[in-house]
Design a protein around this ligand. Structure first.
Ligand SMILES: C[S@@+](CC[C@H](N)C(=O)[O-])C[C@H]1O[C@@H](n2cnc3c(N)ncnc32)[C@H](O)[C@@H]1O
Length: 167
């Protein structure tokens, strides 16, 4: 069997793409006011990186069960605990369309399931993004009103996606 890419290759591509896209997005939104949302805490690696590159920003984390590395565990009052299909609508009531950056890494190992999930969750994410704000995702999303952006240097096509609310 000829493999185009090993699982290790895919993992590395995802990691370098997440970092490149988050670094780029943090620079783009640097002068905007508003919170940042991390959807899917997992081990907390991307959350830890986001705190590192955006130390003064309020970063709210959406996760159904916190099980992160102790160094990467958000304060309790910054966690919206539960299923995103419940917490995203709650966040819209609480914050309105004010998020300047939303990062989503909610998927697992099954690409087909991830794609179906992305189709379902996209309409719950889009209304939270402020005008000029960016949405960074490890999966292709399905937005009617956000515009896909070119990837920065260092990101691998198809391993990360960036969307922007233009108006
Ligand atoms: C791939 S991990 C995130 C990894 C993280 N970016 C990191 O760097 O460590 C995905 C996380 O999303 C969470 N998740 C998946 N579906 C969810 C849902 N419907 N509601 C809330 N959290 C969910 C899982 O519990 C898991 O912790």
């Amino acid at each position: 069997m000829i493999m185009q890419q090993s699982r290790l290759d895919l993992f590395v591509d995802r990691m370098v793409s997440q970092r490149a896209c988050l670094d780029h997005a943090a620079k783009v939104i640097a002068d905007m006011e508003g919170p940042v949302f991390e959807l899917g805490l997992g081990n907390g690696r991307t959350y830890h990186h986001m705190r590192h590159i955006m130390p003064d920003r309020d970063i709210y984390v959406f996760e159904r069960a916190v099980a992160s590395h102790p160094d990467s565990t958000p304060p309790e009052d910054m966690v919206l605990l539960g299923d995103v299909f419940e917490t995203l609508p709650q966040a819209l009531e609480r914050f309105g369309p004010s998020a300047v950056l939303i990062h989503a890494d909610l998927g697992g190992h099954n690409a087909q399931k991830n794609d179906l999930f992305a189709q379902k969750v996209s309409p719950a994410i889009a209304p939270l993004l402020a005008v000029g704000g960016l949405m960074v995702s490890s999966d292709r999303m399905y937005f009617d009103d956000l515009v896909e952006q070119p990837l920065p240097d260092g990101a691998v096509q198809g391993r990360c996606f960036i969307y922007r609310r233009e108006s």
